[in-house]
Design a protein around this ligand. Sequence first.
Ligand SMILES: NC(=O)c1ccc[n+]([C@@H]2O[C@H](COP(=O)([O-])OP(=O)(O)OC[C@H]3O[C@@H](n4cnc5c(N)ncnc54)[C@H](O)[C@@H]3O)[C@@H](O)[C@H]2O)c1
Ligand SMILES: N[C@H](CO)Cc1c[nH]c[nH+]1
Ligand SMILES: [Zn+2]
Length: 429
Amino acid sequence: MKTLSTTTPSFEADFTALLARASVAPEVSGVVREIIERVRTEGDVALLDYIARFDKQTLTAESLRVTAEEIEAALAQTPEVLSEALAIAARRIELFHKTQLPRDIEFTDEAGITCGMRWGALDAVGLYVPGGKAAYPSSVLMNAIPAKVAGVGRIAMVVPAPGRVLNPYVLAAAHAAGITEIYRVGGAQAVAALAYGTATIKRVDRIVGPGNAYVAEAKRQVFGQVGIDSIAGPSEVLIIADEGADPTQLAYDLLAQAEHDEDAQSILVTTSASLAEAVANEVTRALETLPRKQIARTSWDRHGAIILVQDEDEAVDIANRVAPEHLQLMLIDPAPIFSKVRHAGAVFLGRNTPEAMGDYIIGPNHVLPTSGTARFASGLSVYDFMKRTTYAAVPGQALAALGPHAVTLAKAEGLTAHAQSIAVRLPKD
Ligand SMILES: NC(=O)c1ccc[n+]([C@@H]2O[C@H](COP(=O)([O-])OP(=O)(O)OC[C@H]3O[C@@H](n4cnc5c(N)ncnc54)[C@H](O)[C@@H]3O)[C@@H](O)[C@H]2O)c1
Ligand SMILES: N[C@H](CO)Cc1c[nH]c[nH+]1
Ligand SMILES: [Zn+2]
């Protein structure tokens, strides 16, 4: 963990170094390129080979897909209390995402031309559910429910099963969300299979969902062949806290991201030097209580930071420069600072709203842009599973009135067929 202060001369250099984590390591990019190329050309053979290498599983093309019996068996292993929590979370996520359903528009303008825009669901999407270092039943719900709400025709889910074990709660979550097409494959190879198709996994039109650096880079590389949502890579949080915040609460908030991945990032920004010191001590203590302390410690050591600022305006300026996946405003009155936030995947307002509540149960999506991409990207939503088509109908009198202007524009571009396409329809007088 680094302690930075905006008043030190080296601050800009230190801050830039902290953000360098955002760029993809060249070795990841090269490895991913090779995996995609092999899956594209060799299909299932390459897929099964990578599964053996990375997930230590010997599969056949026939056993790639999870069977209905396996889903039944997983449900039988799921405790009642977890089924209930999944159902409550699913309902809340569905409610929030239903409010996003967009409206078609249509109007007739003063020339008499009718213009419109119609929304439609995608035919086929692939959901990436991470499963390397931890299983994420919550990410199944966050991926699948907006797709269902949008009305997507075919939904295929991929999830790795490291060490041969496919987490039963992931299958229970898939069942709760109504997903039945599930393949036990993850990493860049799963993304490549969804993008290009293999004999077993049919290609999709868009791939969504979070994953580690390999998954995020694979999505970036297949973009164009298929659509993607955003680059939702290793998790991040930036917390702005004032003097009165509770150091223990903040320590766990920081570690909640760090325990995801060695590449995760947790940053505290505060005006209080005494709070900064108390949180650093609490993190050291709390780390020892975590079963995943190895991952969390590596993440905190490599990418963690506490930044001392002079006032809250400086704090929000830093948040906007980081454009974090999650921004927690652990302030008595977060509203004035919130109004100045321009770049963040999701914002958590007030001390009773830790980001972990948003991971599971609040309702907005937890698949969010990382690595500074919140400057231009948004979290997963119903819109990621839909697309728009515009349409127009031009009546004769509008063609006669506006057609000559269009002919003028076409001639100015030197496009004779364009001009003629319109001119031959104009009334001859
Ligand atoms: N941004 C979000 O919305 C969000 C949500 C949930 C989780 N996450 C993030 O998802 C990630 C989950 O990561 P994970 O690793 O647990 O699971 P994962 O499913 O993303 O990745 C596991 C796969 O990575 C591949 N892989 C691992 N090491 C490799 C190597 N050296 N070369 C090539 N491929 C390799 C393997 O195929 C493996 O099956 C974490 O970074 C977590 O922070 C992000
Ligand atoms: N914090 C993760 C998004 O970055 C999502 C998650 C799932 N489960 C727990 N957390
Ligand atoms: Zn989380």
